[in-house]
Structure formats: structure tokens, C-alpha cells
Write a protein that binds this ligand. Structure first.
Ligand code: GLU
Length: 499
């Protein structure tokens, strides 16, 4: 087989879109798996809408997500002369022509077609126009576009899509489509063919929304006598209500998801499953595993629903898998990241943790993180979850209503007994008792049993007193991290509040 070469062709007209990220990912995986190459091609011919900041955002986003391209970045804006050359060739060979129909004329025809409930097709007004007349109009500077002359001897275009199988489109569904605004301004369907040929693209892997462009592009490949790449059209990404993924119903930029505390690995994992799966039940994949397992023939034909709950689940699984030092690193990176700094929503004060270059502070933070890690779905929750470890022990604020727990048979009224009992256990510990969760568990279980209480009757109010919350890391783990003194201060605070 000849070399596999794919392309990432984003238009830098917006921030790195989650759909673009999925397309780039499938291209990347396919190229990696087949030891091929990926070309980065900025489709920046739309000068009004293309912006440097979008380009930079897309390029850095691709890298942040752990993907890459090969060689130099190609810019369509720098390839004008090449397009002009091929446009001139088609015009000279009478395979394209200038069209002077005005937008008003065409609109009238379009409205008529709509009224008569038929598809609008350009009526080929200028297809066979007199060459002299055309030249005169051009010389006079009249506005025109360049249209491709749809061949009359072809009735349909059939291609084998690597995802969808055989696709046939009747030429009656097409018309003499516009390939350029003028000799210097070629349009998408034209540029893409020239580029895919010039860059030896073997596989065009892109969203299903481009499938209607494919026959046009195939016609042009054929017109030039060039080899046609293999096409693979990926299913649309849909909102939960099955409408096309939109800004109104979902966040669509990759940065938004990173800002919300999703890990790049989890985003990749999630995007990979947005239209593809393996034959087994596996759901958590590293990039290496994806490269190994990816194939176009397992890409789905039907639309892929963007399920944010699934993304949260995947993110949590990735966090659970992480060791604590890695988690610590990621959390700090996240806190220091641009999006967090810029965002009002996540605007918090990292100085809460003290100087983290101080080993004691850093170890305490790591210990606290270890307690909240597995409950964390998004890095954006971590700060809030940690606050309980840093609030002043003697003034910890919470509503005593949360001492009520039906199953544990506890309430504000019973909490005093529970906390005093726990306090006694702790106060009676030997001086050389090692204050670890495991050791504390042995002592607590034994003493609670001896006294004839239920574990929850003592431990639930203790959890509330230590954390100021009904949901928290394990009670005995909290005792360990706070140590004897701080734990007792929090327990006394609980007793005071309940009186
Ligand atoms: N620039 C086009 C886009 O962003 C690329 C389409 C293609 O893959 O041909 O949709």
C-alpha cells in the first residue's frame, strides 16, 4: 500500500471546536496506527473570518490534547498562485466558465424554485456564453464568479466511503458549482482538491456534514486526472435531543472543557468514543491503546450523542487511575492555568494553601488531595472540596441540621453524646499511639462495640464535626490528617454548636 497521509484542515475562524478535535483525533489515530503522516493545513482563505488567535488556539489545543502533525504547517492563504494556475487551466480548457448572473437574479430563481417546491439549480445561463462577450464584461470589471462545468456525460458519482460503504450521488442533484470568486480567490471545494492532490493525501477523514461536497471534489479530481483519495465521513455529533451539537446546548470549545477541569486524556478518551468503539466493553483507553485499536471500519454511521455525564465519568476514572503525586501536579497546573486565572467562576486564592515550596504545607495539601481524589469528577471541584481542611478549626461554620441522619439515627440532639464519646476515646489514647486511620479504626470499632453503640451513631456525627459537611472523605482518614489536637478542637466546636 502506498504511504498513508492524512490532513487536519481546520478553518481558523473560531476557537478549537470539540468537533474539530474529534476529527483531528480520528485522523491522528489512523495515521499513527498505519505508521503514516498527518499534515496540518490551515484553511484560512476566508480573510474576513480567519484570525491568528484562533489559529494559535487550534494548534496549541491539538498539542495539549497529546496529538501532533508532521512537517511544516501549510497555509492555504500562501497557495493562491497554485490555485490560480489550476483555475486558469480549467478556464482555458473550457471546463470552467465565468458567470455574471447577479445575486439578485439568482435569488429570484431560488425563491421561485422554493415556491414550486423543487431544488434550486443554477440554470447554466453563462455556460455556453460567447467568449467575446465574456471578455468584454471582464474588461469592464463586471462582477463574476467562476463555475465548474458539470460534465454532461456522467450521470452519477459513486465512491466507497470507509465508514458508510458505497455512496452514490446523482449528478442531477448538483449544478455547475462555484469554484472561485475570481482568479485569485478560489473556494473551498476547489482548494481542497488541489491541496489533497499536492500533499499526496491518501485518506480524507472528516465530518459527515462534508459528504455533499465529496462528489464535487471527486469530479474535480477526475477532471485533473488525479488519483482520488479514500473518503471516510464521521458521524455528526449531536446534543442530547439529537439536534446537531450547538453552542446553545453544549459548550463547544476545547478550552471550555479544559477550564472546567477535564483532563486532556479524558477528553481524548471521550472523543474517541464519540462515534467509535471496540468490540469488547472497554471504555477507558490511553492514547497508545487507541492507536493500537483504532480502525475506520468500527466508526459508527449514526450520529454520536454528546453525553456530558459520560465525560464526567471518564474523567473521574482517569483521576482515580492517577497516583497522588501526579494528581497533585495536575491540580497545581490547573490552578495556575490561564483559564482558571481568567475565569471569575474559578477565581480562588491559591495562597489558602500557604507557601507550597514549604515541604510541610505541600505534604499536607497532598494528604488532603489524597482524601478527595477519588470523589473528584472535575479538577474544578477540588478547591471547594479542600476548603474544609483549611478553615479555622475553632470557627468551622455549618448548619447543625446536618447532624440529622435517619439511617444512623442521629440528630443535633444526639450528636453531643456521640462527640463526647469519641472525644473520650481520643483523649484516653496512649501518648505513643500512632494516630493513623487504621489504628484509629481498630480502637473505635472496639470501643463502640463495647459501649453497645452502632458505628454510624458515633462516626457520622464525628464526620460532620470534623468536616462541617455531610459528605466528606472517610471519618478516620479525617482524624489522621487533622491529628489529635486539631481533631479535638473541631469536636469541641461541634459540641458547642449542638448545645
Ligand atoms: N476546512 C474544512 C472544515 O473545517 C475542512 C473540510 C475537509 O476536511 O475537507 O470543515
Amino acid at each position: 500500500m502506498s504511504e498513508i497521509i492524512v490532513r487536519y484542515p481546520p478553518s481558523p475562524t473560531g476557537f478549537f471546536h470539540i468537533g474539530t478535535a474529534r476529527t483531528v483525533l480520528y485522523n491522528f489515530l489512523f495515521a499513527q496506527k498505519n505508521k503514516g503522516k498527518a499534515i496540518m493545513r490551515m484553511e484560512d482563505t476566508d480573510k474576513n473570518r480567519s484570525e491568528k488567535q484562533f489559529e494559535e488556539n487550534i494548534l496549541s489545543g491539538i498539542q495539549t490534547l497529546g496529538m501532533k502533525w508532521d512537517g511544516e504547517i501549510e497555509y492555504q492563504s500562501k497557495r493562491t498562485e497554485i490555485y490560480t494556475k489550476y483555475l486558469s487551466q480549467l478556464l482555458a480548457e473550457d471546463k470552467a466558465y465565468y458567470c455574471f448572473s447577479t445575486p439578485e437574479e439568482l435569488n429570484t430563481l431560488r425563491e421561485l424554485a422554493q415556491k414550486e417546491k423543487r431544488a434550486f439549480r443554477y440554470p447554466e445561463t453563462w455556460r455556453g456564453a460567447d467568449k467575446k462577450l465574456v471578455q468584454e464584461k471582464l474588461d469592464a470589471g463586471e462582477k463574476s464568479v467562476i463555475r465548474y462545468k458539470l460534465p454532461k456525460n456522467v450521470s452519477e458519482i459513486t465512491f466507497t466511503d470507509a465508514v458508510r460503504g458505497e455512496v452514490t450521488i446523482k449528478l442531477t442533484e448538483l449544478d455547475d458549482f462555484v469554484i472561485a470568486k475570481n482568479l485569485e480567490t478560489a473556494l473551498y471545494n476547489f482548494c481542497v482538491v488541489i491541496d489533497d492532490h499536492d500533499m499526496n493525501i491518501s485518506h480524507v477523514i472528516r465530518g459527515e456534514d462534508h459528504i455533499s461536497n465529496t462528489p464535487k471534489q471527486i469530479l474535480l479530481f477526475k477532471e485533473f486526472g488525479w488519483e482520488i483519495p479514500t473518503f471516510a465521513h464521521l458521524p455528526l455529533i449531536l446534543n442530547a435531543d439529537k439536534s446537531k451539537l450547538s453552542k446553545r446546548k453544549n459548550k463547544v470549545s476545547v478550552d471550555d472543557y479544559l477550564a472546567d477541569g477535564f483532563l486532556p486524556e479524558a477528553l481524548i478518551n471521550f472523543l474517541a468514543l464519540l462515534g467509535w468503539n471496540t468490540s469488547d466493553e472497554q471504555e477507558i483507553f490511553t492514547m497508545e491503546e487507541l492507536v493500537e485499536k483504532f480502525s475506520l471500519d468500527r466508526v459508527h454511521k449514526g450520529g454520536a450523542i454528546f453525553d456530558i455525564e459520560k465525560l464526567k465519568w471518564i474523567n473521574q476514572e482517569w483521576i482515580k487511575k492517577m497516583d497522588i503525586s501526579e494528581f497533585y501536579k495536575r491540580v497545581l497546573e490547573y490552578w495556575k492555568s490561564e483559564y482558571v486565572k481568567k475565569s471569575e467562576k474559578y477565581n480562588f486564592d491559591i495562597s489558602l494553601f500557604g507557601d507550597l515550596n514549604n515541604e510541610k504545607n505541600s505534604i499536607f495539601l497532598q494528604e488532603a488531595l489524597a482524601l478527595v481524589k477519588d470523589r473528584t469528577k472535575q479538577l474544578s471541584e477540588v478547591f471547594e472540596n479542600l476548603e474544609l481542611f483549611y478553615t479555622e478549626d475553632a470557627t468551622l461554620a455549618y448548619s447543625t441540621d446536618i447532624y440529622f441522619h435517619k439511617k444512623m439515627k442521629t440528630s443535633r440532639e444526639t450528636a453531643e453524646e456521640s462527640l463526647k464519646f469519641a472525644k473520650k476515646i481520643i483523649e484516653n489514647l496512649d501518648d505513643n499511639f500512632k494516630f493513623t486511620a487504621d489504628n484509629l479504626k481498630t480502637v473505635f470499632v472496639e470501643k463502640i462495640k463495647e459501649a453497645g453503640f452502632k458505628n454510624g451513631y458515633i462516626l457520622y456525627p464525628l464526620r460532620v464535626a470534623l468536616s462541617g459537611s455531610e459528605f466528606s472523605p472517610g471519618t478516620l482518614e479525617l482524624l489522621e490528617i487533622f491529628g489529635k489536637e486539631r481533631s479535638l478542637v473541631r469536636m469541641n466546636r461541634g459540641i458547642d454548636l449542638c448545645q
